[in-house]
Design a protein around this ligand. Structure first.
Ligand code: AMP
Length: 214
């Protein structure tokens, strides 16, 4: 099952994807995570994208398309994947069509998690992530049991640099300008399903399962 998750930053795509990949046994592919890992490891790619990520701007399409193509070609994608954070421009959506064609695959579902700007700001500025296992918390809706520590592994929780309010508003603006047209692009292909991303996590997961089991 080949799926794309679309929606503004903070729509919960990463959280939903992490829950669903366990149930469906397919990999979660997040371009944001791939770029952050590149920055952390100080690779050539990381050096190129570090400043772009800090500003909340988009990484150029050619760099992004090529890491996605490499990743989707890997063996673990043969039964499907959840692509999260890609495509973010219509040019990337067209590139993804081409990548899928070249790999002899097809997209099954594009799921759009709809959330408005104020909800996004509220959620992201309260988002904290475990520095050890990557589990995502929200200080309001999903707080850790012990302040600043991960429930699962006890790792320290941190806030992403680009999760500060000012950068979040910029990312939302970038999203509306560049990514909203991607939703219109997929509307034409009958693969687009919209889910209310403002619901609680369990209800959102249930909605997604209803769509893919229909
Ligand atoms: P995310 O974790 O998906 O919010 O992504 C974090 C950052 O990584 C974004 O603000 C962009 O700078 C970069 N990024 C992630 N995915 C893409 C993409 N598909 N195209 C361009 N830049 C991206």
């Amino acid at each position: 099952m080949n799926m794309v998750f679309l929606g503004p930053p903070g729509a919960g795509k990463g959280t939903y994807a992490k829950r669903l990949v366990e149930m469906l046994n397919i990999p979660h592919i997040s371009t944001g995570d791939m770029f952050r890992e590149a920055v952390a490891s100080k690779s050539e790619l990381g050096k190129k994208v570090e400043e772009i990520l800090k500003r909340g701007d988009l990484v150029p399409d050619d760099l992004t398309n090529s890491i996605v193509k490499d990743r989707l070609s890997k063996e673990d994608c043969k039964n499907g994947f959840i692509l999260d954070g890609f495509p973010r421009t219509v040019a990337q959506a067209k590139a993804l069509d081409e990548i899928m064609r070249s790999l002899g695959k097809d997209l099954d579902y594009v799921i759009y998690f709809e959330v408005d700007e104020e909800e996004v700001v509220k959620r992201i500025s309260n988002r904290r992530i475990c520095s050890n296992c990557g589990k995502i918390y929200n200080l309001i809706t999903l707080p850790p049991k012990v302040d600043g520590k991960c429930d699962v592994c006890g790792g320290n929780l941190y806030q992403r640099e680009d999760d500060k309010e000012e950068v979040v508003r910029k990312r939302y603006k970038v999203y509306m300008e560049n990514t909203y047209p991607v939703i219109e692009y997929y509307q034409k292909s009958n693969k687009l399903f919209t889910v209310n991303g403002a619901l609680d996590v369990d209800s959102v997961i249930k909605e997604v399962l209803n769509i893919i089991r229909r």
